[in-house]
Design a protein around this ligand. Structure first.
Ligand code: C2O
Ligand code: CU
Length: 460
């Protein structure tokens, strides 16, 4: 029998064998990105080769308490592709943001990178690569990060569950289609899948007692699919968006979750004993159950509406009189870029742009330029009115900071990090440039991001 000491010493070698971290004090817990075979499709199909963190899709839910320090080592064991981890929605130091070429060097195959930062905010966040995003996220690299409120500040619920909504584009033999660079996806609605999953299963199931109240953390990790959810047999309150609590939880009948967005719901299961409460996804061709809660009796009583979650410490945001930097979104199928656009410093015609795989522009420029879209000073408040002149919706995401929407009457919407902007809409956001560094601002449909819809903001 090895003694305890030897076991721990031996553990240092384990990560290289792919057995994961979590042991020994010296090395931080490891997320190892590597190919793996998992059961994704129903039982009568073969397993699917995915790319996974520590062999799991979605990646393991990382769970910490607010104020703790996250420490994770990314090991890149992918075949021939650089990777990184972006901690989506986290307010963190710029060098931990995981954007290759902007905030860190790419992590090459066989290399590792240590992420380490304090968790300022409680809430529901997620992590994913920020390199070859269409391919790496579509193949399965994504996981949830839950930061719990301190014990005394947690809501009074009977359960706290993570539901990762995703879709996969698979052939009939359950193999992921490798058409990650398809121009049709880039120039239209992005790379939509043909198989929808919750936590990588066709349906989420749970038994509950009537009257139970659950906190459900919904995360959309799909690269293009916008989920519209409806409910049966439950009362539903919206408690947080993109990790940030709402001032008052509002009762809702429908919830829309765009790619990268998170929605924390507080739900009371009120279906009759023996019946099933459902969360269903409204698709073009019908409404499909995504989650089923089998209710057992005897019933509990209906409760009062839930109290608000404890807010995070957000900056004071006063957009009035602040500098506005307008953003005009153009391009894509149907509208195109009739004026052409600048790409890598050169003004190009639409046809040449398309040949280079560029279909979209922000303010007449495809992709990142030498100069940032916004050069903000530390502490400055910035407004960005976004005009969507394309024929598609875009999930606009700002790194490192959360923003609020400025409504027509001047009131402010909830704190968010990703806002869905529909065709013909003008939606204005405002934020405080509270952390120095270079921060990405892009559409979170990676097919759009890689084909023009990405820019960056400098805070110094
Ligand atoms: Cu979740 Cu720049 O991304
Ligand atoms: Cu988009």
């Amino acid at each position: 029998m090895p003694n305890r000491r030897e076991v721990i010493a031996g553990a240092v070698a384990l990560p290289a064998l792919g057995l994961g971290g979590q042991v020994g004090a010296a090395a931080p817990p490891i997320l190892r990105a590597a190919p793996e075979r998992v059961r994704l499709a129903p039982e009568d199909y073969p397993e699917t080769e995915v790319w996974a963190y520590n062999g799991q899709v979605p990646g393991q839910t990382l769970r910490y308490e607010q104020g703790q320090v996250l420490e994770v080592r990314l090991e890149n064991a992918l075949p021939e592709q650089d990777s990184t981890i972006h901690w989506h929605g986290l307010r963190l130091p710029n060098e931990m943001d995981g954007v290759p070429g902007l905030t860190q060097a790419p992590v090459r195959p066989g290399e590792a990178f240590d992420y380490r930062f304090a968790l300022r905010d409680a809430g529901t966040f997620w992590y994913h690569p920020h390199a070859h995003s269409v391919e790496q996220i579509s193949r399965g690299l994504a996981g949830v990060l839950v930061v719990d409120e301190p014990e005394a500040a947690r809501p009074d619920v009977d359960g706290d569950e993570v539901l990762v909504l995703d879709d996969w584009r698979m052939a009939s033999d359950a193999v992921i289609r490798e058409d990650f660079g398809a121009w049709h996806d880039m120039s239209h609605a992005g790379r939509l899948g043909n198989y929808v999953t919750v936590n990588a299963r066709p349906e989420y199931r749970r038994k509950v007692a009537r009257g139970e109240r659950l906190r459900l953390r919904l995360v959309n990790t799909a690269t293009a699919r916008i989920f519209t959810l409806r409910f049966r047999g439950m009362r539903v309150w919206l408690a947080a968006l993109d990790g940030m609590p709402l001032e008052t939880p509002g009762e809702v009948e429908e919830v829309v979750i765009a790619p990268a967005q998170r929605t924390d719901l507080l739900v009371d299961l009120l279906a009759e004993p023996g019946e099933e409460a459902l969360i269903a996804s409204v698709e073009r061709d019908g409404t499909y159950a995504l989650a089923g809660f089998t209710v057992t009796g005897p019933g509990g009583v209906a409760r009062d509406a839930p109290a608000a979650l404890v807010p995070n410490d957000m900056p004071l945001l006063e957009p009035e009189g602040a500098r506005a930097v307008p953003l005009v979104m153009e391009g894509g199928a149907m509208r195109g870029l009739p004026e052409g656009a600048i790409w890598r410093g050169n003004k190009m015609e639409m046809r040449a742009l398309a040949e280079a795989g560029q279909f979209w522009a922000f303010n007449g420029m495809a992709g990142m330029g030498e100069a940032p879209l916004v050069d903000a000073f530390l502490g400055e408040t910035i407004r960005i009115p976004m005009t969507n002149r394309t024929a598609f919706s875009h999930a606009m995401h700002l790194h490192g900071m959360h923003f609020r929407e400025v409504m027509n009457d001047g009131s402010l919407g909830p704190w968010r990090d990703t806002l869905l902007v529909a065709p013909a809409e003008v939606r204005e956001i405002a934020f405080v440039a509270e952390t120095p560094g270079d921060w990405m601002f892009h559409c979170h449909m990676p097919s759009h991001q890689m084909s023009g819809m990405m820019n960056w903001i400098r805070v110094s």
